[in-house]
Design a binder for this molecule. Structure first.
Ligand code: DAH
Length: 350
């Protein structure tokens, strides 16, 4: 019966070497398949005499059972190995620290814009917005800065392909064009009152937003933020502008120990024009005049472009740098920090 033992050993070895279920089924076919070793031996029984058939048959059967047992054991072994591999591959390391959710927050310049809107809102000013890609007409011409006017050279402008003087052709260099846009809408709404000689509700609006100029250093960025202010009415004066600006700036910096001065200047869209300087009475900036805004009485030509009679309506306007106000408020000395997107800087304002 050595021959049968050898077959059983061979089967065990072959099953042991099968490393996948498919290999195992192939190895099984060699022994138990239609023309497998055991099957062939069974077929050979037919030629034997009766008693020999009996004992030989029993021996072959025993070998067959041993092979089948080895097959089942290997099948189970492979299934278990597969399961273990899968569990290993999909395992979770429950001891790993969790991922923390970082809470975002508003950018310091946005915080300032919101503050400015809230302060002017409390003084009866609306908030308006305008397009950042602007037409020459609104950005310059309507603001009393005709083509070839030398004042245009104070603004190093980004022009956009495909526009015309009346259709968007540049990135606005200041928020002042929204003075015209807003006033024209306002006047349209109240035209019937104006024409009937009645009082039009005053225009009081602030316009925070992005502006663009070809300019880049520690205190200038090609993209920067301004807030425009416009107040148009029948009985207002420079005094009103001074009062609201002082009130605004003291609220913005949360101190009454803050002085303000209007220094004569030039802007094409205002006459007279002034720069607004501020001076803190305490703190690291104490005693220095700091320029924060342009301002002035709206030029009669601009009042006319708003659709109003400059003999009857008078306007006051200002344009302040929000980035500059934010730098002063938080003691930041390089404007570029605001726009580098470095979270180590930005997260300090949350
Ligand atoms: N638009 C001016 C600038 O960007 C700032 C300015 C000055 C705005 C005087 C005004 C103003 O409304 O009255 O330089």
């Amino acid at each position: 019966m050595n021959e049968l033992n050898a077959i059983v050993d061979g089967a065990r070895a072959a099953f042991g070497q099968a490393s996948t279920p498919a290999d195992l089924e192939n190895a099984k076919a060699v022994y138990l398949g239609k023309s497998g070793r055991i099957t062939e031996l069974m077929k050979g029984l037919a030629a034997l005499a009766v008693d020999e058939k009996k004992s030989r048959g029993a021996a072959i059967n025993q070998a067959k059972q041993a092979i089948e047992a080895a097959l089942v054991a290997r099948r189970e072994g492979l299934a278990e190995a597969e399961l273990l591999a899968q569990l290993h591959a999909e395992s979770l390391d429950v001891s790993l620290p969790g991922r923390r959710r970082v809470a975002g927050g508003l950018h310091p310049v946005s915080l300032s814009s919101e503050r400015i809107e809230a302060i002017f809102g409390s003084m009866g000013f609306e908030v308006a917005q305008g397009p950042e890609i602007e037409a020459d007409w609104f950005n310059f011409t309507a603001l009393n800065t005709p083509e070839d006017h030398p004042a245009r050279s104070m603004h190093d402008t980004f022009y956009v392909e495909g526009g015309t003087a009346n259709a968007p052709n540049l990135l606005r260099t200041h928020t002042s064009p929204v003075q015209i846009r807003h006033a024209v809408q306002h006047v349209k709404k109240y035209r019937h009152l104006i024409d009937a000689g009645q009082a039009m509700p005053e225009i009081r609006v602030v316009v925070p937003g992005r502006c663009y100029r070809v300019d880049s250093d520690a205190t200038h960025s090609p993209m920067f933020h301004q807030v425009e202010g416009l107040w148009v009415g029948e009985n207002i004066s420079f005094k009103d502008l001074k009062v609201i600006y002082l009130d605004f700036i003291q609220s913005f910096f949360e101190t009454k120990d803050l002085d303000i001065r209007f220094r004569p200047s030039f802007f094409p869209f205002t006459e007279p024009s002034a720069e607004i300087d501020i001076m803190f009475g305490a703190g690291p900036l104490k005693g220095r005049w700091l320029e924060v805004s342009g301002s002035g009485q709206v030029h009669p030509n601009v009042v006319r472009n708003m659709g109003l009679d400059p003999e009857r309506y008078i306007g006051f306007a200002f344009g302040s740098g929000i980035d500059r106000l934010t730098m002063l408020r938080y003691g930041v000395d390089d404007l570029r920090l605001f726009f580098d997107g470095d979270l180590r800087f930005l997260s300090q304002f949350q």
